[in-house]
Design a protein around this ligand. Structure first.
Ligand code: ATP
Length: 365
């Protein structure tokens, strides 16, 4: 049996105005203790503002922010059990690594060897054991970000707030730091809240993700649910690539929803395949590119098959993307296939049998 973890952060109908601008529009959510939680959304959706309301850098216009069961109204940033790591490294270049890491403890009046022990412990956590005496200005971008992390962790906050901490790093370094951050979070066990506009980063790192658009949380779920069962076309499109085809709802009952979709025909969907609320704007089915397969000559008939014509072929080494016009549809469907050595790559204009899976469809209505 899994026991639900206690709540660490709670937002109760939080609104925030900057003058006339309504930046947060009724945020209600709970973040669990020990969770790696991400706020994901496009630029300007309010994710940084929401993070700053936790830290106390930003007041709220109405509603409540609770941390560990306590109301945060009137509690200044330096009295909150949180610490923030910023996108820009914000370390002092003229100090050593150890002086930077110990900076937050300067007022704690620790004995010299106790301070050195805590600094050493924090540096080891972030993989910088033995770097204490180095000059901070001589570090690489990734190392500076580790110093910033160590400086935040040494204060033993209950919640670590991370504002796009990896966005200044190159792709390789970013991917490496993502894995290290996950390991670090597991090791220290404190709540991490990450702001990112990078959907892949959020999927890789998070226990749960809140997808935000225009000051609201559009969906809050674990990565797999967000990917497989997005509750709107907007969320589906923001997280990865999704194909959409028009559909008609024929009947709806406890046994499922029967639809007729362009290019696919009649399908019965389980209730969980329509996770979003009805908007009354007509129905659409969505499906991910990797849930379709081109059947090559000699491959057996699949349970669900449609015919189509190849319109575009994009070779990616390990993968090939095919844009295929399924018969009876008005727009191409993207299919991504892992390349198997020796298998032919189809040409533009070729006819193809396409296998798909009814369970991979999501209905938006
Ligand atoms: N101090 C401020 N005064 C006025 N408007 C602000 C202020 N801070 C943020 N905003 C506005 O509020 C909205 C949300 O900003 P926020 O920084 O939270 O977005 P974001 O999702 O973090 O975007 P980004 O990824 O670009 O940082 C934006 O439209 C922004 O212009």
């Amino acid at each position: 049996m899994t026991v639900e973890k206690p709540t660490m952060i709670e937002f109760r109908d939080v609104h925030k105005y900057y003058g006339d601008y309504h930046a947060l529009r009724g945020i209600t959510a709970k973040i669990r203790a020990g969770e790696f939680f991400s706020l994901l959304g496009p630029s300007g959706c309010g994710k940084t503002t929401l993070l700053r309301t936790i830290a106390g850098f930003e007041g709220i216009s109405s509603g409540a922010v609770m941390i560990d069961g306590k109301h945060m109204e009137g509690v200044p940033a330096n009295k909150r059990p949180t610490n923030m790591v910023f996108q820009s490294y914000a370390i002092f270049p003229h100090l050593t690594v150890a002086q930077n890491v110990g900076f937050g403890l300067r007022r704690a009046n620790l004995a010299k060897d106790e301070l050195a022990r805590r600094v050493g412990e924090a540096l080891e956590m972030v993989g910088l054991k033995g770097y204490g005496a180095r000059a901070a200005h001589a570090l690489s971008g990734g190392q500076r970000q580790r110093v910033a992390l160590a400086r935040a962790l040494i204060l033993k906050p209950k919640v670590l707030l991370l504002d796009e901490p990896l966005s200044a790093l190159d792709k390789k370094m970013r991917e490496q730091m993502q894995v290290e951050l996950i390991k670090l979070q597991r090791q220290v066990g404190i709540t991490f809240i990450l702001v990112t506009h990078d959907q892949e980063e959020a999927l890789v790192m998070s226990d749960r993700i809140a997808v935000m658009f225009e000051g609201e949380i559009a969906q809050l779920a674990d990565p797999e649910t967000l990917y497989r069962r997005p509750n709107s076309k907007k969320v589906a499109d923001f997280i990865g690539t999704m194909n959409f085809l028009p559909a008609e709802i024929l009947s709806e009952g406890p046994g499922g929803i029967e639809i007729e979709a362009q290019g696919l025909g009649r399908v019965t969907l389980a209730p969980d395949q329509a996770p979003g609320a009805a908007s009354g704007q007509g129905a659409t089915v969505g499906f991910r590119p990797e849930t379709l397969t081109i059947l090559f000559e000699g491959q057996p008939t699949a349970e669900r098959e449609s015919m189509g014509t190849i319109e575009e072929v994009v070779y990616y080494g390990d993968m090939t993307y095919y844009d295929v016009r399924l018969d009876g549809t008005a727009s191409p469907t993207r299919i991504s296939m892992r390349n198997v050595f020796g298998r032919p790559v189809l040409d533009i204009g070729a006819r193809a049998r396409i296998a798909w899976s009814a369970g991979a469809l999501v209905l938006f209505r």
